[in-house]
Design a protein around this ligand. Structure first.
Ligand code: ADP
Ligand code: MG
Length: 400
């Protein structure tokens, strides 16, 4: 018989206590406060962000917690509990720059650099980080850590960025700059926007052309539904050639089609006819149809027809598999097994080539779906997947 456990997120109290304990143990004394920022899952709208298109992320209940204290000098002390080990870094705030910090420090100290680059006064500080967001699974532990540190610094140094849309947009940009310029990961801002600008109980319709957002009520519970996240644990890295190659194909296609971005393609048939390269045409077809699916998805949810979104999720996955070619055997297996076991819809989420799939399921078939996914992984000889049931949590906030 196939066994599984459903992983749960820490409560705010638990996360804050863990961060305070690590702070007391490794840094000493009491922090000025504790901040938390969530990872995210993208419900639909994949590889649309860098094409100025639409996506629909929601904040996870899984969050990174940072206990932090301001210092009077320029010294920075960072510690982070990563699984069983604690990593640490100490240096001067002026020495943090692209090239001078790497690895996990780029995602943490890098935010201080980005805020200083944007003209903010940031001095020394001490921070202890703990997280229940799985690392490297495609659930954006990177944005969770950047945004928790960013929000903590904003409050510690009175930058006035925490409580307004404009301020939070500045924090998104700083977190993204840390990821792009310090960590060297060419990601598009979707993750940081989800972490900083969502609302509990809502998914976020994000228009990546102007970064405007709309909160979309996404009450799965009221509809008797659950969102099952399946971490395939297949290897996943955005800092590699595939992501760049897809971006380049989209840019090249835009140039050939004479549009600023694929967002502007209104006549798909004409666009496909204008492209000689068959592979490039399929890339374009994914992006254009995926943008449509996001809009249709939101229309259904807005109309109270949340139970009818399944086929859009299925079509999204099939397009990512066949046209965009960013799935992998583990993702396809998870999605196929979930659908066969009665999920309303299932798709890969995130950049692809591993990471997570999501399945929208009736509450009372969730265990059967989970069982069948685990069985399919076992039969195929894949690593045991990790499973989570999630609902939309709050954006980054000060918890204590
Ligand atoms: P994902 O965002 O999908 O989890 P990424 O590769 O984008 O995967 O980011 C993972 C990296 O982010 C980790 O390898 C680590 O460097 C950094 N990171 C994430 N969470 C933390 C944390 N709590 N403390 C320190 N570094 C973290
Ligand atoms: Mg990431």
């Amino acid at each position: 018989h196939e066994t599984f456990t459903i992983g749960t997120a820490w409560s705010a109290e638990d996360g804050a206590a863990r961060a305070r304990d690590l702070f007391a143990e490794r840094i000493g004394g009491t922090p000025d406060g504790v901040w938390a920022a969530p990872g995210r899952v993208n419900v639909i709208g994949e590889h649309t962000d860098y094409n100025n298109g639409f996506c629909l992320p929601m904040a996870l209940p899984h969050r990174t917690y940072v206990a932090a204290r301001r210092r009077d000098d320029n010294q920075v002390v960072l510690v982070s509990q990563l699984g069983e080990s604690v990593v640490s870094w100490e240096g001067s705030v002026d020495q943090i720059a692209p090239g001078s910090v790497d690895g996990w420090q780029a995602y943490t100290a890098g935010v201080a650099w980005a805020l200083r680059e944007a003209g903010h006064q940031i001095g020394g500080f001490e921070a202890a980080l703990v997280t229940c967001v799985p690392l490297g699974a495609g659930l954006s532990s990177s944005a969770a850590v950047e945004c928790s540190v960013g929000l903590a610094l904003a409050d510690l140094f009175d930058l006035g960025l925490s409580d307004s849309e404009a301020g939070r947009t500045d924090l998104v940009n700083a977190a993204r700059a840390a990821e792009n310029d310090v960590a060297g990961a060419p990601t598009g801002g979707l993750d940081q926007t989800a972490s900083l600008r969502t609302t509990e109980g809502h998914a976020l319709l994000l228009d990546c052309e102007d970064w405007s957002v709309r909160q979309v009520p996404f009450d799965l519970d009221a509809a008797g539904l659950e969102l099952l996240v399946i971490d395939t644990r297949a290897s996943h890295s955005l800092v590699d050639g595939q992501y760049e190659a897809r971006r380049r194909a989209c840019e090249d296609a835009s140039r050939i089609l004479g549009v600023a971005s694929l967002r502007e393609v209104s006549d798909l048939g004409a666009a496909l006819a204008a492209l000689d390269d068959e592979e490039m045409a399929r890339r374009v077809r994914h992006v254009v149809t995926e943008n449509d699916r996001v809009i249709q998805f939101v229309e259904l949810v807005d109309a109270g027809r949340i139970r009818e979104v399944g086929p859009l999720m299925d079509a999204s996955h099939d397009s990512l598999r066949d046209d965009y070619e960013v799935t992998c055997p583990e993702l396809d297996t998870a999605v196929d097994a979930a659908r066969a076991a009665g999920a309303l819809g299932a798709r890969m989420t995130g950049g692809g080539f591993g990471g997570c799939a999501i399945a929208l399921v009736d509450r009372d078939v969730r265990n059967e779906v989970a069982t069948q996914v685990v069985k399919a992984f076992h039969d195929a000889g894949f690593t045991h997947p990790d499973l989570y049931v999630v609902s939309p949590g709050p954006a980054a906030l000060r918890v204590q």
